[in-house]
Design a protein around this ligand. Structure first.
Ligand SMILES: NC(=O)c1ccc[n+]([C@@H]2O[C@H](COP(=O)([O-])OP(=O)(O)OC[C@H]3O[C@@H](n4cnc5c(N)ncnc54)[C@H](OP(=O)(O)O)[C@@H]3O)[C@@H](O)[C@H]2O)c1
Length: 280
């Protein structure tokens, strides 16, 4: 892995979360990572100092010795970024995009024939190395590049290979999901506070409870339904809690949240596709 060089085209929040995870993982050395942006020199200096990586404006980047480019700008800037890249990219160089709503086919259409592209979708927990990240390879990608992408994404959490047609529902669960649990924790905190606990303590207890339950799920080979049944004695406190939950929408409310977010992801993607089609 020592010779691979990874260049970020974009040095904003998402790029920083990924750079931090990649450098901290120790799997890639800081010398292998380059961050670029359009012109914000102050931001480049900060990133350079913090992670020990190279950081230059996009016009100063030497494209020739890069293995992987990671597109990390806002989706509205993708068209000009691809136009800039097209003349520089070689067939063996990989382009990974983290841009929401930008399909692999859009990238392929706007680059050279048979260009290797992969779309990924990390979530905000990548800052802690706890992202649930989707990986969708384009049509012309080599297996080695899929594996390299998986290795990079595993630096920021867990990575899952999915079909691109599943990206909206993935977004409904993993992209928007952290907010559902923040909302759940808001309510746990409030109920704990109203029940007599210090607010901050109630917040920590709620968060640790969610973390513990998620850990049980991930480490034990049991389904959530099996785990739920195991901790629910007839007529006990958990049964009473679950009954009250069901009376107020229960877990089904979360299923509806996932579907609602997935449907909005589809709408936003279609709006973006319309804008790009009109620009042609
Ligand atoms: N935040 C999340 O949780 C999350 C999750 C999944 C995916 N994403 C995706 O991540 C992407 C980036 O989001 P962000 O919040 O990190 O944005 P951001 O903080 O606004 O950063 C955007 C960066 O892109 C740079 N840039 C723009 N055009 C460029 C170009 N042609 N070449 C090189 N750099 C260029 C900007 O440079 P200047 O400052 O010099 O203009 C800036 O450094 C978005 O497309 C979003 O869909 C975000």
């Amino acid at each position: 892995m020592t010779k691979q060089r990874v260049a970020f085209l974009g040095a904003g929040n998402m790029a920083e979360a990924m750079i931090s995870g990649i450098v901290e993982s120790g799997k890639f050395s800081p010398e292998q990572i380059i961050a670029t942006n359009r012109n914000n020199q102050e931001r480049l200096n900060t990133i350079k100092k913090k992670y020990g990586i190279e950081a230059v404006t996009k016009d100063q980047l030497d494209f020739s010795n890069i293995t992987v480019f990671i597109l990390a700008m806002k989706p509205k800037d993708v068209e000009s970024a691809l136009a800039d890249l097209k003349d520089h990219l070689k067939p063996d160089q990989l382009l990974i995009s983290v841009l929401a709503g930008i399909s692999t086919s859009y990238m392929e259409e706007n680059l050279n024939e048979r260009q290797q592209v992969i779309r990924v979708m990390p979530n905000t927990s990548s800052m802690l190395g706890e992202s649930a990240t989707a990986i969708c390879p384009g049509q012309h990608v080599s297996m080695d590049h899929v594996l390299l992408t998986k290795e990079l994404m595993k630096c920021i959490g867990e990575a899952y290979l999915i079909d691109e047609s599943q990206m909206d529902i993935f977004t409904g669960i993993a992209g928007s999901g952290p907010a559902y649990f923040y909302n759940l924790m808001e309510h746990m905190e409030q109920a704990g506070y109203e029940g007599g606990l210090d607010r901050e303590l109630a917040r920590k207890i709620g968060a640790q409870t969610i973390r513990g339950a998620a850990q049980m799920m991930l480490e034990q080979e049991e389904t959530p339904a099996q785990l739920r049944k195991k901790v629910t004695s007839p007529n006990g406190t958990t049964a009473a809690g679950l009954e009250a939950l069901a009376e107020n929408g229960g877990g089904k409310a979360i299923a509806e949240a996932v579907k609602g977010a997935a449907s909005r992801s589809k709408e936003l993607r279609e709006e973006l596709e319309k804008v790009f089609a009109e620009q042609k």
